[in-house]
Design a protein around this ligand. Structure first.
Ligand SMILES: NC(=O)c1ccc[n+]([C@@H]2O[C@H](COP(=O)([O-])OP(=O)(O)OC[C@H]3O[C@@H](n4cnc5c(N)ncnc54)[C@H](OP(=O)(O)O)[C@@H]3O)[C@@H](O)[C@H]2O)c1
Length: 344
């Protein structure tokens, strides 16, 4: 039975700094969703919360159009096909991933959806983690951009987060010496004891810079998720020809960046810093997914999900990414995965 109404969360106003209680608003609206040609209706099950969402609600030129005021908040997620249109390759009950948005139900162009077949030893949520954009970002940033080699000294920032925690483990698989930078002793302990990094460094500790100098010395490769002061400091600790993959800069998403003072070291060490977008590697996704699946099912990659229940919780949960309230991948559970035979 189709519901009579459904909930969605829209952008209410653009934040000037941190996301607050006025940034989004909830709407409960009549259910009149029907897929048109080449579209399908999706019931949303899980939503991925990503730091990039902070950028999507700025009115600035970027790699995607800004979300408009009053529009459903853009979000990738996992859902179940509830209704198809004639000629569709998907069938009702298929589990899919794609840009579904902060809503219980969405009509989505079929070409924007990816059908999920969960491999033995994995779970559906892995497609927002190691087998989704998170894992792919870690994989291409580390192997294609930072080009890490066996024996190299690798520094990973935001290391206890979704992307960073996968990068750390891929770094070990690649034979690098892995130094993980994260906020607080609990995260550092998890990184060392569970994920097997060589050393985790707490950037909130007053001795962080000394700890970094003593344990890392100089670095060959860096996977940077946070930018700002930590990146600036790392620029003073580069080995010859070091490569920095600039994946993100979460420390600067809520304010105007201060700028880097250590960049002259890129010249003296003939080092490089390269930004990248995971989507640019789309042609190579299938090979990467194959490798990531192998490592996951062999137990070489561990993952942690921080699951918050309820679509209405999305606006207050998204800021956890900026306060460090998450360990591993932060997701919202919107609904239970329906039984295969249930019909909308
Ligand atoms: N380039 C691409 O294609 C691409 C794709 C996906 C993601 N990204 C980027 O990758 C990064 C990680 O994303 P994610 O989804 O995996 O998020 P995440 O790492 O799971 O969550 C963000 C983490 O950042 C840390 N953080 C927040 N503010 C910080 C600050 N001021 N200084 C240092 N650390 C801070 C927090 O951990 P602590 O407790 O350790 O502070 C927090 O848990 C983001 O920058 C994101 O924009 C880029």
């Amino acid at each position: 039975m189709a519901p009579t109404e459904y909930t969605r969360i829209v952008l209410n106003e653009r934040p000037l700094a941190n996301i607050d209680s006025k940034t989004f608003r909830k709407e409960v609206i009549p259910f009149n969703l029907n897929p048109g040609k080449d579209e399908v209706l999706v019931q949303v099950i899980y939503l991925s919360l990503d730091p990039a969402m902070r950028g999507w609600i700025n009115d600035k030129r970027s790699y995607m159009e800004p979300v408009k005021i009053g529009e459903t908040m853009r979000s990738s997620g996992l859902g179940v096909v509830a209704k198809t249109s004639p000629g569709s390759k998907l069938v009702e009950g298929d589990v899919v991933s794609g840009l579904v948005g902060w809503t219980e139900y969405a009509v989505v162009p079929e070409k924007g959806l990816h059908k999920i077949v969960v491999p033995e030893g994995a779970e559906v949520l892995d497609f927002l983690g190691p087998l989704g954009m998170t894992g792919l970002t870690a994989y291409f940033g580390l192997f294609d951009v930072a080009k890490v080699k066996p024996g190299q000294t690798l520094v990973v920032t935001g290391a206890a987060g979704a992307t960073g925690s996968i990068v750390c483990q891929l770094g070990k698989i690649a034979g690098a010496k892995v130094f993980a930078v994260a906020g607080g002793p609990e995260k550092c302990e998890w990184l060392e004891k569970e994920l097997g990094v060589d050393k985790a460094l707490d950037y909130k500790s007053p001795t962080f810079h000394d700890d970094f100098k003593k344990s890392v010395g100089y670095l060959d490769a860096m996977f940077d998720n946070v930018g700002g002061d930590i990146l600036d400091f790392a620029l003073t600790r580069l080995n010859k020809n070091a490569k920095i993959a600039l994946c993100g800069a979460i420390s600067d998403y809520n304010s105007k960046p201060k700028g880097l003072t250590g960049y002259l070291n890129l010249i003296s060490q003939t080092a490089s810093i390269q930004g990248f977008l995971v989507f640019d590697f789309a042609a190579k996704f299938p090979t990467a997914i194959q490798e990531l699946t192998k490592w996951l099912t062999e137990g070489k990659i561990k993952r942690k999900f921080h699951v918050v229940e309820g679509l209405e919780k999305a606006p207050e949960t998204l800021p956890l990414l900026f306060s460090g309230g998450n360990t591993g991948k932060l997701v919202i559970k919107v609904a239970e995965l329906p039984r295969k035979d249930s019909k909308l």
